[in-house]
Design a protein around this ligand. Structure first.
Ligand SMILES: [Zn+2]
Length: 253
């Protein structure tokens, strides 16, 4: 069944009429190694001319991933926590960087993750921290600039531009996977309505259009429906009044 894209088509027309431009970015989580789905992700990114920010799990990242990324310049590594291990007690939502451990221990994990990925990816690594499950305690956020990060990325439209002085919030806004249901694609009509609504919120000033609008994917668990929808959504967005956004590299001292 072909979904009805009319709400998005109309919204993008309204953007054109208003002379607005959407900064668009793409984040894909949980990479550790080059795989067939990673190749598919890279090919889609090339075709769309939209880079993918690949949130790599430092403790499990394989050197082969660095080799693969050195030939795919559209795949841009960022830091996905440390080991993707939850420290939340039983019954609480999963979080690696919640307030469940001494800050000293948390900081050591963050530092280890940054160091490991810098060793693997060198200057290509962007100083963006992506906490697993998009959860991070406020007291941990404030430590990130001191550890070398200039960007923090979670999920949902940002309420303020910075999480801490020098730490920009660059969130993601749409996740096509039905994590709580069958782990396939969320009903497409619902996703299309959501994008159109989020874009309308920006156009009408209810949300910050200076924040890059982020699509969040997880290449390792995509089925055909998720791949197809993601490709079509991005294709339609890229045909609109859009500027692709890429995380800046760390400035030297
Ligand atoms: Zn993750």
């Amino acid at each position: 069944m072909t979904p009805d894209w009319t709400p998005l088509t109309r919204e993008l027309e309204a953007w054109r009429d208003a002379g607005l431009t959407l900064p668009l970015w793409w984040r894909d989580d949980d990479a550790i190694a080059p795989t067939e789905p990673l190749g598919r992700l890279a090919a889609l990114s090339d075709r769309l001319r939209l880079p993918v920010h690949l949130a790599v799990i430092p403790a499990r990242a394989e050197p082969a991933l660095a080799a693969a990324l050195s030939t795919h310049l559209g795949l841009i590594p960022v830091v996905h926590g440390w080991a993707h291990r939850s420290h939340a007690p039983e019954g609480e939502k999963k979080a690696e960087f919640g307030a469940h451990r001494p800050l000293r221990e948390i900081e050591a994990d963050i530092r280890a993750g940054f160091d490991r990925l810098r060793d693997l990816f060198m200057d290509n690594l962007r100083p963006m921290f992506v906490p697993p499950w998009n959860r991070i305690a406020p007291e941990v956020e404030t430590r990130l600039p001191g550890l070398g990060f200039t960007m923090l990325s979670t999920f949902t439209p940002r309420k303020e531009t910075e999480a801490a002085p020098g730490l920009a919030r660059i969130n993601t806004h749409l996740d096509p996977i039905d994590w709580r249901g069958n782990r396939s694609l969320v009903e497409p009509g619902q996703l299309i309505t959501q994008v159109a609504q989020q874009l309308a919120d920006r156009r009408e000033g209810r949300a910050d259009n200076a924040e890059p609008y982020g699509i969040l994917t997880h290449h390792l668990v995509h089925d055909t429906a998720i791949w197809d929808f993601t490709a079509e959504l991005l294709e339609r967005l890229m045909a609109g009044p859009v500027t692709p956004w890429t995380a800046p590299i760390l400035k030297g001292p």
